[in-house]
Design a protein around this ligand. Structure first.
Ligand code: GLN
Length: 496
Protein backbone atom coordinates (compact mmCIF):
# COMPACT_ATOMS: atom_id res chain seq x y z
CA UNK A 1 0.00 0.00 0.00
CA UNK A 2 1.50 3.30 -1.02
CA UNK A 3 0.61 5.51 1.88
CA UNK A 4 2.66 8.62 2.65
CA UNK A 5 4.38 6.85 5.54
CA UNK A 6 5.60 4.15 3.17
CA UNK A 7 7.69 6.65 1.19
CA UNK A 8 11.42 7.11 1.49
CA UNK A 9 12.75 10.48 2.58
CA UNK A 10 13.59 11.49 -0.99
CA UNK A 11 10.16 10.42 -2.26
CA UNK A 12 8.59 12.46 0.51
CA UNK A 13 10.60 15.55 -0.48
CA UNK A 14 9.50 15.04 -4.09
CA UNK A 15 5.83 14.60 -3.19
CA UNK A 16 5.81 17.77 -1.09
CA UNK A 17 7.38 19.78 -3.90
CA UNK A 18 5.06 18.58 -6.61
CA UNK A 19 2.10 19.07 -4.28
CA UNK A 20 1.00 15.40 -4.34
CA UNK A 21 0.31 15.93 -0.67
CA UNK A 22 0.82 18.72 1.82
CA UNK A 23 3.17 18.84 4.77
CA UNK A 24 0.09 18.84 7.04
CA UNK A 25 -1.08 15.60 5.39
CA UNK A 26 2.38 14.09 5.80
CA UNK A 27 2.65 15.08 9.47
CA UNK A 28 -0.87 13.78 10.08
CA UNK A 29 -0.07 10.47 8.39
CA UNK A 30 2.99 9.96 10.61
CA UNK A 31 1.10 10.97 13.74
CA UNK A 32 -1.59 8.42 12.90
CA UNK A 33 1.01 5.76 12.31
CA UNK A 34 2.58 6.62 15.67
CA UNK A 35 -0.79 6.49 17.40
CA UNK A 36 -1.46 3.07 15.88
CA UNK A 37 1.89 1.42 16.60
CA UNK A 38 3.24 3.23 19.63
CA UNK A 39 1.28 1.12 22.15
CA UNK A 40 3.24 -1.91 20.86
CA UNK A 41 6.60 -0.30 20.24
CA UNK A 42 7.14 2.52 22.77
CA UNK A 43 9.64 4.18 20.44
CA UNK A 44 9.06 7.73 21.71
CA UNK A 45 9.49 9.44 25.07
CA UNK A 46 7.66 12.64 24.05
CA UNK A 47 5.56 13.70 21.08
CA UNK A 48 4.96 17.20 19.77
CA UNK A 49 1.80 16.89 17.63
CA UNK A 50 0.49 20.47 17.96
CA UNK A 51 3.82 22.14 17.20
CA UNK A 52 4.39 19.73 14.31
CA UNK A 53 1.03 20.53 12.71
CA UNK A 54 1.50 24.27 13.20
CA UNK A 55 4.92 24.09 11.55
CA UNK A 56 3.47 21.99 8.74
CA UNK A 57 1.03 24.81 7.94
CA UNK A 58 3.89 27.29 7.76
CA UNK A 59 5.82 24.92 5.50
CA UNK A 60 2.75 24.47 3.29
CA UNK A 61 2.38 28.18 2.70
CA UNK A 62 6.06 28.46 1.83
CA UNK A 63 5.75 25.49 -0.53
CA UNK A 64 2.66 27.00 -2.17
CA UNK A 65 4.39 30.36 -2.64
CA UNK A 66 7.42 28.60 -4.10
CA UNK A 67 5.30 26.56 -6.50
CA UNK A 68 3.59 29.73 -7.71
CA UNK A 69 6.71 31.81 -8.22
CA UNK A 70 9.21 29.00 -8.75
CA UNK A 71 11.90 31.46 -7.83
CA UNK A 72 13.94 31.49 -4.65
CA UNK A 73 15.25 28.05 -3.80
CA UNK A 74 13.52 26.49 -0.80
CA UNK A 75 15.26 24.59 2.01
CA UNK A 76 16.02 20.99 0.98
CA UNK A 77 13.77 19.28 3.57
CA UNK A 78 10.98 21.85 3.81
CA UNK A 79 7.93 20.28 5.47
CA UNK A 80 9.57 16.87 6.11
CA UNK A 81 8.78 15.28 9.50
CA UNK A 82 11.60 13.63 11.49
CA UNK A 83 12.21 12.05 14.88
CA UNK A 84 15.07 13.07 17.20
CA UNK A 85 16.77 10.90 19.83
CA UNK A 86 16.05 12.27 23.27
CA UNK A 87 19.72 13.03 24.00
CA UNK A 88 19.71 15.92 21.50
CA UNK A 89 18.25 19.25 22.57
CA UNK A 90 15.37 20.71 20.59
CA UNK A 91 14.46 24.19 21.86
CA UNK A 92 11.20 24.13 23.80
CA UNK A 93 10.79 20.33 23.84
CA UNK A 94 11.52 18.33 26.96
CA UNK A 95 14.88 16.51 26.77
CA UNK A 96 15.32 13.63 29.22
CA UNK A 97 18.30 11.62 27.87
CA UNK A 98 16.15 8.66 28.91
CA UNK A 99 16.73 9.60 32.56
CA UNK A 100 14.39 10.48 35.39
CA UNK A 101 16.98 12.98 36.56
CA UNK A 102 16.11 15.17 33.54
CA UNK A 103 12.37 14.54 33.69
CA UNK A 104 11.55 18.27 33.69
CA UNK A 105 14.36 19.66 31.54
CA UNK A 106 13.18 21.87 28.69
CA UNK A 107 16.23 23.19 26.84
CA UNK A 108 16.04 26.78 25.65
CA UNK A 109 18.28 26.00 22.64
CA UNK A 110 18.68 23.34 19.96
CA UNK A 111 21.68 21.11 19.29
CA UNK A 112 23.65 22.27 16.25
CA UNK A 113 22.72 19.14 14.27
CA UNK A 114 19.04 19.76 15.05
CA UNK A 115 19.34 23.47 14.29
CA UNK A 116 20.85 22.71 10.89
CA UNK A 117 18.01 20.36 10.07
CA UNK A 118 15.43 22.90 11.27
CA UNK A 119 17.03 25.42 8.92
CA UNK A 120 16.76 22.77 6.21
CA UNK A 121 13.01 22.71 6.87
CA UNK A 122 12.32 19.62 8.99
CA UNK A 123 9.47 19.29 11.44
CA UNK A 124 10.14 17.46 14.71
CA UNK A 125 7.49 14.81 15.44
CA UNK A 126 8.89 13.85 18.83
CA UNK A 127 11.82 12.66 20.90
CA UNK A 128 12.73 8.99 20.77
CA UNK A 129 13.51 6.55 23.54
CA UNK A 130 17.08 5.73 24.53
CA UNK A 131 19.01 3.86 27.16
CA UNK A 132 19.58 6.27 30.05
CA UNK A 133 22.32 8.72 28.99
CA UNK A 134 22.87 6.47 25.96
CA UNK A 135 24.38 3.74 28.14
CA UNK A 136 23.25 0.45 26.72
CA UNK A 137 22.81 -1.79 23.71
CA UNK A 138 19.12 -2.59 23.90
CA UNK A 139 17.01 0.42 25.00
CA UNK A 140 16.06 -1.64 28.05
CA UNK A 141 18.00 0.77 30.31
CA UNK A 142 15.65 3.68 29.63
CA UNK A 143 14.25 5.35 32.75
CA UNK A 144 10.86 5.40 30.97
CA UNK A 145 10.04 2.17 29.15
CA UNK A 146 11.47 -0.53 26.94
CA UNK A 147 11.26 -0.08 23.18
CA UNK A 148 10.28 -3.16 21.19
CA UNK A 149 11.68 -4.31 17.86
CA UNK A 150 9.13 -3.80 15.04
CA UNK A 151 10.23 -7.11 13.45
CA UNK A 152 9.43 -9.07 16.61
CA UNK A 153 7.89 -7.45 19.64
CA UNK A 154 9.65 -9.83 22.02
CA UNK A 155 13.06 -8.67 20.82
CA UNK A 156 15.08 -5.56 21.60
CA UNK A 157 15.50 -2.91 18.89
CA UNK A 158 19.18 -2.53 19.86
CA UNK A 159 20.50 0.53 21.60
CA UNK A 160 21.02 3.01 22.76
CA UNK A 161 19.25 4.77 19.85
CA UNK A 162 16.62 1.99 19.76
CA UNK A 163 13.70 4.44 19.72
CA UNK A 164 14.96 6.22 16.60
CA UNK A 165 15.71 2.94 14.82
CA UNK A 166 12.33 1.38 15.69
CA UNK A 167 10.50 4.56 14.63
CA UNK A 168 12.13 4.55 11.18
CA UNK A 169 11.75 0.77 10.73
CA UNK A 170 8.02 1.02 11.57
CA UNK A 171 7.43 3.99 9.24
CA UNK A 172 6.69 6.28 12.19
CA UNK A 173 9.24 8.73 10.73
CA UNK A 174 11.09 8.77 7.40
CA UNK A 175 14.39 9.50 9.15
CA UNK A 176 15.76 10.17 12.61
CA UNK A 177 18.82 11.48 14.40
CA UNK A 178 20.75 9.33 16.86
CA UNK A 179 24.07 9.31 18.68
CA UNK A 180 26.83 6.70 18.64
CA UNK A 181 29.43 6.45 21.41
CA UNK A 182 30.23 2.76 20.97
CA UNK A 183 27.71 1.53 18.42
CA UNK A 184 24.42 3.15 19.34
CA UNK A 185 23.48 4.05 15.77
CA UNK A 186 24.98 1.09 13.96
CA UNK A 187 23.75 -1.75 16.16
CA UNK A 188 20.08 -0.61 16.33
CA UNK A 189 20.13 0.09 12.57
CA UNK A 190 21.24 -3.52 12.05
CA UNK A 191 18.71 -4.94 14.53
CA UNK A 192 15.85 -2.98 12.91
CA UNK A 193 16.82 -3.53 9.25
CA UNK A 194 17.51 0.09 8.30
CA UNK A 195 20.51 2.22 7.29
CA UNK A 196 22.53 4.43 9.63
CA UNK A 197 25.73 6.45 9.73
CA UNK A 198 28.13 7.10 12.58
CA UNK A 199 30.27 9.91 11.17
CA UNK A 200 33.97 10.57 11.76
CA UNK A 201 34.56 11.93 15.27
CA UNK A 202 34.47 15.72 15.01
CA UNK A 203 32.58 15.80 11.70
CA UNK A 204 29.22 16.68 13.25
CA UNK A 205 29.02 19.11 16.14
CA UNK A 206 28.28 17.66 19.58
CA UNK A 207 26.90 20.99 20.79
CA UNK A 208 23.51 20.32 22.38
CA UNK A 209 24.10 16.57 22.60
CA UNK A 210 23.88 15.50 26.25
CA UNK A 211 27.44 14.27 26.81
CA UNK A 212 28.21 10.64 27.57
CA UNK A 213 31.83 9.91 26.56
CA UNK A 214 33.06 13.15 25.10
CA UNK A 215 36.01 11.70 23.19
CA UNK A 216 33.75 9.06 21.60
CA UNK A 217 30.31 10.67 21.10
CA UNK A 218 29.12 11.22 17.50
CA UNK A 219 25.80 12.52 16.19
CA UNK A 220 24.48 10.65 13.16
CA UNK A 221 21.38 9.63 11.26
CA UNK A 222 19.00 6.80 10.38
CA UNK A 223 16.84 6.37 7.31
CA UNK A 224 15.47 3.58 5.20
CA UNK A 225 18.15 3.81 2.54
CA UNK A 226 21.78 4.90 2.31
CA UNK A 227 21.13 7.81 -0.08
CA UNK A 228 18.74 9.37 2.44
CA UNK A 229 21.21 8.90 5.29
CA UNK A 230 23.83 10.60 3.09
CA UNK A 231 21.49 13.53 2.49
CA UNK A 232 20.96 14.13 6.21
CA UNK A 233 24.66 13.68 6.90
CA UNK A 234 25.52 16.33 4.31
CA UNK A 235 23.17 18.77 6.09
CA UNK A 236 24.41 18.21 9.66
CA UNK A 237 28.17 17.85 9.01
CA UNK A 238 30.57 20.76 9.14
CA UNK A 239 32.44 22.99 11.52
CA UNK A 240 30.75 24.55 14.54
CA UNK A 241 32.63 26.97 16.74
CA UNK A 242 30.50 25.95 19.73
CA UNK A 243 32.15 22.50 19.78
CA UNK A 244 35.91 22.68 20.28
CA UNK A 245 36.40 19.20 18.77
CA UNK A 246 34.38 19.96 15.66
CA UNK A 247 36.75 19.91 12.71
CA UNK A 248 37.21 22.85 10.42
CA UNK A 249 37.00 20.74 7.31
CA UNK A 250 35.10 21.67 4.12
CA UNK A 251 31.39 20.84 4.00
CA UNK A 252 30.91 17.38 2.52
CA UNK A 253 29.81 17.03 -1.08
CA UNK A 254 28.12 13.68 -1.12
CA UNK A 255 27.98 12.45 -4.66
CA UNK A 256 26.33 9.10 -5.20
CA UNK A 257 26.75 8.58 -8.88
CA UNK A 258 26.45 5.11 -10.30
CA UNK A 259 26.93 1.64 -8.96
CA UNK A 260 30.30 0.87 -10.45
CA UNK A 261 32.75 0.02 -7.69
CA UNK A 262 35.71 -0.72 -9.97
CA UNK A 263 38.97 0.17 -8.27
CA UNK A 264 37.48 0.07 -4.76
CA UNK A 265 39.55 -2.03 -2.36
CA UNK A 266 37.54 -3.68 0.41
CA UNK A 267 39.33 -5.13 3.44
CA UNK A 268 37.96 -8.06 5.42
CA UNK A 269 39.38 -8.05 8.97
CA UNK A 270 40.19 -11.53 10.31
CA UNK A 271 39.42 -10.38 13.85
CA UNK A 272 35.75 -9.70 13.03
CA UNK A 273 34.90 -13.21 11.85
CA UNK A 274 35.39 -15.15 15.03
CA UNK A 275 33.94 -18.15 16.80
CA UNK A 276 30.65 -17.40 18.51
CA UNK A 277 29.21 -15.19 15.81
CA UNK A 278 25.74 -16.31 14.64
CA UNK A 279 26.18 -18.38 11.45
CA UNK A 280 23.47 -16.49 9.54
CA UNK A 281 25.07 -13.15 10.37
CA UNK A 282 28.41 -14.28 8.99
CA UNK A 283 26.79 -15.85 5.90
CA UNK A 284 24.77 -12.72 5.03
CA UNK A 285 27.75 -10.42 5.51
CA UNK A 286 29.95 -12.65 3.34
CA UNK A 287 27.28 -12.72 0.63
CA UNK A 288 27.03 -8.94 0.74
CA UNK A 289 30.79 -8.69 0.28
CA UNK A 290 30.41 -10.86 -2.82
CA UNK A 291 27.82 -8.43 -4.14
CA UNK A 292 30.34 -5.60 -3.73
CA UNK A 293 32.78 -7.78 -5.70
CA UNK A 294 30.32 -8.27 -8.54
CA UNK A 295 30.02 -4.47 -8.68
CA UNK A 296 33.77 -4.29 -9.30
CA UNK A 297 35.32 -4.04 -5.83
CA UNK A 298 38.49 -5.98 -5.06
CA UNK A 299 38.47 -7.82 -1.75
CA UNK A 300 41.45 -8.65 0.43
CA UNK A 301 42.12 -9.76 4.01
CA UNK A 302 43.36 -7.21 6.49
CA UNK A 303 44.31 -7.44 10.14
CA UNK A 304 43.35 -5.15 13.00
CA UNK A 305 45.46 -6.93 15.61
CA UNK A 306 44.43 -4.93 18.68
CA UNK A 307 40.69 -5.51 18.21
CA UNK A 308 40.49 -7.78 21.26
CA UNK A 309 41.45 -4.86 23.53
CA UNK A 310 38.69 -2.59 22.30
CA UNK A 311 36.11 -3.83 24.79
CA UNK A 312 38.17 -3.37 27.99
CA UNK A 313 39.61 -0.09 26.71
CA UNK A 314 36.17 1.29 25.86
CA UNK A 315 34.68 0.20 29.18
CA UNK A 316 37.37 2.17 31.00
CA UNK A 317 37.35 5.29 28.84
CA UNK A 318 33.57 5.64 28.37
CA UNK A 319 32.64 5.28 32.07
CA UNK A 320 35.56 7.53 33.09
CA UNK A 321 34.34 10.31 30.82
CA UNK A 322 30.73 9.64 31.79
CA UNK A 323 31.50 9.94 35.50
CA UNK A 324 32.90 13.43 34.85
CA UNK A 325 30.09 14.45 32.49
CA UNK A 326 27.32 13.28 34.80
CA UNK A 327 28.67 15.18 37.81
CA UNK A 328 26.58 18.16 36.75
CA UNK A 329 23.29 16.38 37.46
CA UNK A 330 23.02 17.18 41.13
CA UNK A 331 19.50 18.50 41.69
CA UNK A 332 20.73 22.10 41.74
CA UNK A 333 21.49 22.91 38.11
CA UNK A 334 18.65 20.84 36.66
CA UNK A 335 15.23 19.89 37.92
CA UNK A 336 13.87 17.73 39.48
CA UNK A 337 15.40 17.89 42.97
CA UNK A 338 14.98 15.66 46.02
CA UNK A 339 14.94 17.93 49.04
CA UNK A 340 17.20 17.26 52.00
CA UNK A 341 18.65 19.09 55.00
CA UNK A 342 22.10 19.70 53.56
CA UNK A 343 23.54 20.41 50.13
CA UNK A 344 25.27 17.01 50.14
CA UNK A 345 21.97 15.46 51.09
CA UNK A 346 20.33 17.03 48.04
CA UNK A 347 23.07 15.65 45.78
CA UNK A 348 22.94 12.26 47.40
CA UNK A 349 19.18 11.85 47.31
CA UNK A 350 18.64 13.36 43.85
CA UNK A 351 21.28 11.15 42.27
CA UNK A 352 20.46 8.10 44.34
CA UNK A 353 16.76 8.23 43.55
CA UNK A 354 16.85 9.24 39.92
CA UNK A 355 19.83 7.58 38.22
CA UNK A 356 19.20 4.02 37.07
CA UNK A 357 21.36 1.02 38.00
CA UNK A 358 23.47 1.00 34.82
CA UNK A 359 24.27 4.70 35.12
CA UNK A 360 25.33 4.27 38.75
CA UNK A 361 27.48 1.28 37.79
CA UNK A 362 29.29 3.35 35.17
CA UNK A 363 29.76 6.35 37.46
CA UNK A 364 31.35 4.08 40.07
CA UNK A 365 33.58 2.34 37.53
CA UNK A 366 34.61 5.62 35.98
CA UNK A 367 35.26 7.39 39.27
CA UNK A 368 37.41 4.49 40.39
CA UNK A 369 39.39 4.47 37.13
CA UNK A 370 40.07 8.20 37.46
CA UNK A 371 40.87 8.27 41.14
CA UNK A 372 44.29 9.39 42.39
CA UNK A 373 46.80 6.59 42.21
CA UNK A 374 44.79 4.62 39.67
CA UNK A 375 44.64 7.11 36.82
CA UNK A 376 47.85 5.95 35.15
CA UNK A 377 47.08 2.28 35.64
CA UNK A 378 43.59 2.48 34.14
CA UNK A 379 42.61 5.58 32.18
CA UNK A 380 46.17 6.41 31.11
CA UNK A 381 46.89 2.84 30.07
CA UNK A 382 43.59 2.57 28.20
CA UNK A 383 44.43 5.72 26.23
CA UNK A 384 47.73 4.17 25.16
CA UNK A 385 46.06 1.00 23.91
CA UNK A 386 43.46 3.18 22.20
CA UNK A 387 46.28 4.68 20.13
CA UNK A 388 47.32 1.18 19.05
CA UNK A 389 43.73 0.49 17.92
CA UNK A 390 43.71 3.72 15.94
CA UNK A 391 47.06 2.82 14.37
CA UNK A 392 45.63 -0.58 13.30
CA UNK A 393 43.01 1.27 11.25
CA UNK A 394 45.51 3.73 9.79
CA UNK A 395 47.72 0.87 8.65
CA UNK A 396 44.78 -1.03 7.17
CA UNK A 397 43.63 2.04 5.26
CA UNK A 398 47.02 2.25 3.57
CA UNK A 399 46.06 -0.98 1.82
CA UNK A 400 42.28 -0.73 1.41
CA UNK A 401 39.66 1.99 0.93
CA UNK A 402 37.14 0.56 3.36
CA UNK A 403 36.62 -2.32 5.76
CA UNK A 404 33.57 -4.58 5.68
CA UNK A 405 32.46 -6.39 8.83
CA UNK A 406 29.49 -7.60 10.85
CA UNK A 407 27.80 -5.05 13.15
CA UNK A 408 27.05 -7.33 16.09
CA UNK A 409 27.66 -11.01 16.81
CA UNK A 410 23.94 -11.81 16.54
CA UNK A 411 20.61 -10.48 15.36
CA UNK A 412 18.21 -8.78 17.81
CA UNK A 413 18.17 -10.71 21.09
CA UNK A 414 15.12 -11.33 23.29
CA UNK A 415 14.09 -8.61 25.74
CA UNK A 416 15.43 -9.51 29.18
CA UNK A 417 18.16 -11.88 28.00
CA UNK A 418 21.08 -9.82 29.33
CA UNK A 419 19.22 -7.98 32.10
CA UNK A 420 21.17 -9.57 34.93
CA UNK A 421 24.49 -9.81 33.13
CA UNK A 422 26.09 -6.48 32.21
CA UNK A 423 29.18 -8.20 30.78
CA UNK A 424 27.09 -10.21 28.29
CA UNK A 425 25.44 -6.93 27.25
CA UNK A 426 28.85 -5.25 26.80
CA UNK A 427 29.93 -8.10 24.49
CA UNK A 428 27.21 -7.02 22.03
CA UNK A 429 29.47 -4.05 21.19
CA UNK A 430 32.67 -5.83 20.21
CA UNK A 431 32.42 -5.00 16.50
CA UNK A 432 31.25 -1.40 16.89
CA UNK A 433 33.49 -0.03 19.67
CA UNK A 434 36.76 0.02 17.66
CA UNK A 435 35.46 2.65 15.20
CA UNK A 436 34.62 5.01 18.09
CA UNK A 437 38.00 4.47 19.73
CA UNK A 438 39.73 5.20 16.41
CA UNK A 439 37.33 8.01 15.47
CA UNK A 440 36.59 6.53 12.03
CA UNK A 441 33.15 6.55 10.34
CA UNK A 442 30.86 3.52 10.08
CA UNK A 443 27.88 2.94 7.79
CA UNK A 444 25.35 0.16 8.39
CA UNK A 445 22.71 -1.21 6.03
CA UNK A 446 20.62 -4.39 5.85
CA UNK A 447 22.04 -7.42 4.01
CA UNK A 448 19.67 -10.27 4.88
CA UNK A 449 17.55 -12.02 7.48
CA UNK A 450 18.05 -14.90 9.89
CA UNK A 451 15.78 -17.95 10.17
CA UNK A 452 13.55 -16.07 12.66
CA UNK A 453 12.91 -13.29 10.17
CA UNK A 454 15.18 -10.82 11.99
CA UNK A 455 17.30 -8.43 9.92
CA UNK A 456 21.08 -8.75 9.55
CA UNK A 457 23.19 -5.64 8.96
CA UNK A 458 26.65 -5.07 7.54
CA UNK A 459 29.09 -2.40 8.62
CA UNK A 460 31.47 -0.52 6.34
CA UNK A 461 34.20 1.44 8.11
CA UNK A 462 36.29 4.04 6.35
CA UNK A 463 39.27 6.30 6.99
CA UNK A 464 38.73 9.60 8.84
CA UNK A 465 36.47 11.82 6.72
CA UNK A 466 35.91 8.93 4.29
CA UNK A 467 32.09 8.98 4.58
CA UNK A 468 31.68 9.56 0.85
CA UNK A 469 33.36 6.21 0.04
CA UNK A 470 31.05 4.42 2.48
CA UNK A 471 27.95 6.06 1.01
CA UNK A 472 29.03 5.27 -2.53
CA UNK A 473 29.53 1.57 -1.74
CA UNK A 474 26.33 1.30 0.33
CA UNK A 475 24.26 3.08 -2.28
CA UNK A 476 25.68 0.88 -5.05
CA UNK A 477 24.78 -2.20 -2.98
CA UNK A 478 21.20 -0.96 -2.50
CA UNK A 479 20.77 -0.41 -6.21
CA UNK A 480 21.20 -4.13 -6.87
CA UNK A 481 19.54 -5.57 -3.75
CA UNK A 482 16.19 -5.03 -2.07
CA UNK A 483 16.78 -5.84 1.61
CA UNK A 484 16.29 -2.18 2.46
CA UNK A 485 12.82 -2.25 0.93
CA UNK A 486 11.53 -5.02 3.19
CA UNK A 487 9.22 -3.87 5.94
CA UNK A 488 8.20 -5.48 9.21
CA UNK A 489 4.88 -7.34 8.84
CA UNK A 490 3.43 -5.28 11.71
CA UNK A 491 3.19 -2.25 9.41
CA UNK A 492 0.66 -3.89 7.12
CA UNK A 493 -1.18 -5.52 9.97
CA UNK A 494 -1.77 -2.09 11.41
CA UNK A 495 -3.51 -1.01 8.22
CA UNK A 496 -6.00 -3.87 7.99
N1 GLN B 1 26.53 -0.03 24.20
C1 GLN B 1 27.58 0.91 24.39
C2 GLN B 1 27.52 1.45 25.79
O1 GLN B 1 26.69 1.03 26.51
C3 GLN B 1 27.50 2.01 23.38
C4 GLN B 1 26.39 2.95 23.62
C5 GLN B 1 26.43 4.14 22.70
O2 GLN B 1 26.98 4.08 21.60
N2 GLN B 1 25.86 5.23 23.16
O3 GLN B 1 28.29 2.27 26.18
Amino acid sequence: MNTITGLTLSQLVHGLRTGDFSSREAVQAYLEQIERLEPNLHAFISLAPEQALAQADIADSRLAAWRKSGENPIPPLLGVPMAIKDVLCVAGLRCTAGSRILENFIPPFSATAVERLLEAGIIVLGKTNTDEFAMGSSTENSGYWVTHNPWNLERVPGGSSGGSAAAVAADMAPAALGSDTGGSIRQPAAFCGISGIKPTYGRVSRYGLIAYGSSLDCVGAFARQVSDVALIYSLIAGHDERDATSMDYPKPQVNLNGKDLKGLRVGIPDEYFIAGIQAEVEASVREAIQVLQTLGAAVERVSLPHTEYALPVYYLIAPAEASANLARFDGIRYEPRSEAESMWGVFYRTRGERFGAEVKRRIMLGTYALSAGYYDAYYGQAQKVRTLIKTDFEQAFEKVDLIAAPVAPSTAFPIGRHSDDPLAMYLEDIFTLPANLAGVPGLVFPVGFDANGLPVGMQLMGPHFGEDILFKAGHAYQQVTDWHQRKPPLIDKAFT
